[in-house]
Design a protein around this ligand. Structure first.
Ligand code: FE2
Ligand code: FE2
Length: 188
């Protein structure tokens, strides 16, 4: 079983956790937003591997705890970056419709994550092997992510690229402040 579950852990290892651009990046907010999307994709893949696992062992428990922590501690910071820092500064641009669609997708993703949380918590506490229903719930969550990330990368991120210095600095200050609070050590 060890060989099978190793990749679950590998995907969430230190290389994922410590990738965080600093303020010296040419466009730090955009660099951090892109890093967040890489992490979302990695943790979504990890969730798929957890759902496919059949054992109740330490590796699955560790992976489930990491996925639950990522989606409920770190991800909300990324969502706040987009809804509270970016959207108010981009709202009058032609991407207003995309911003509204983005927020709707966030709510649907949060609902899907809520259905998964008790499964990940139970696995994290080693209360049994992955439940049969987990695969379907995980697939539903994963299917919501790609159109969402693609929408943001296509419609919203290019506007961050051309943002004026002053609003961009304000966005960066808010993003950093979110990560300096309690729980900030969990990369988002
Ligand atoms: Fe988003
Ligand atoms: Fe995003």
């Amino acid at each position: 079983m060890g060989r099978r579950v190793l990749p679950i852990i590998a995907a969430g290892g230190p290389a994922v956790r410590f990738e965080r651009p600093d303020g010296e990046a040419p466009n730090a907010p955009l660099a951090l937003l892109r890093a967040c999307h890489r992490r979302i994709r990695l943790f979504t893949e990890m969730a798929g591997r957890i759902a496919a696992a059949t054992a109740d062992d330490a590796a699955v428990a560790e992976a489930a705890a990491a996925v639950e922590r990522y989606f409920f501690v770190a991800l909300p910071k990324h969502v706040a970056d987009e809804e509270e820092s970016l959207a108010p500064r981009l709202g009058r641009t032609p991407c207003a419709a995309a911003l509204s669609e983005m927020a709707g997708q966030h709510r649907r993703i949060e609902e899907a994550l809520d259905t998964l949380r008790p499964h990940w918590q139970a696995l994290g506490r080693r209360q049994g092997a992955p439940d049969r229903g987990l695969a379907g719930l995980t697939a539903r969550m994963a299917a919501l992510w790609e159109p969402h990330l693609a929408l943001e990368e296509r419609e919203i991120f290019p506007l961050v690229e051309t943002m004026e210095q002053e609003p961009r600095d304000a966005v960066w200050r808010e993003m950093r402040a979110r990560r300096a609070r309690v729980g900030g050590a969990t990369a988002a």
